[in-house]
Design a protein around this ligand. Structure first.
Ligand SMILES: [Zn+2]
Length: 88
């Protein structure tokens, strides 16, 4: 099955795909980090859509695209932290 990954797609842990992380919006340190570990196009911004105390958690973090299907929220599901943006 070919998975269509469009903005708004939820994974089974209710983590919502927001779209590609925009390289131009990122700091130089971060771009250097990505070039060492993987292509920039493989990086995505997620937002947590799980209900926490009556509203969405809303935690935003950056992952490698290949992690999307199983990703859990670092804030409310004890998922691993997102990719670090150095200097922020
Ligand atoms: Zn969350």
């Amino acid at each position: 099955m070919a998975a269509v990954m469009s903005a708004g797609t939820l994974n089974r842990n209710r983590q919502r795909l927001m779209g590609p992380a925009e390289p131009r919006a990122l700091r130089m340190q971060y771009i250097c980090f990505l070039e060492k570990d993987g292509p920039i196009r493989e990086v995505w911004l997620l937002e947590c859509a799980r209900p926490v105390e009556g509203r969405e958690c809303g935690h935003r973090y950056i992952i490698y695209r290949s992690q999307f299907r199983q990703r859990k929220c670092p804030n409310c599901q004890a998922g691993r932290p997102g990719i670090k943006i150095y200097g922020s």
